[in-house]
Write a protein that binds this ligand. Sequence first.
Ligand SMILES: [Zn+2]
Length: 53
Amino acid sequence: MSKFLRVKCDCGEESVVFGDSKTSVNCAKCGTQIIKSSGGRALVNCRILEVLS
Ligand SMILES: [Zn+2]
């Protein structure tokens, strides 16, 4: 199931990302890779604040 996630990077920047993203996502503020693409399933590399339905 596809969901959006509200996540918070270690630097404090919050982002909304697609939970099934097939591409990597970097933090807009510090550039840390917060979503890692891994063979079709995204790995969240930061804190999940909220799952948006
Ligand atoms: Zn950051």
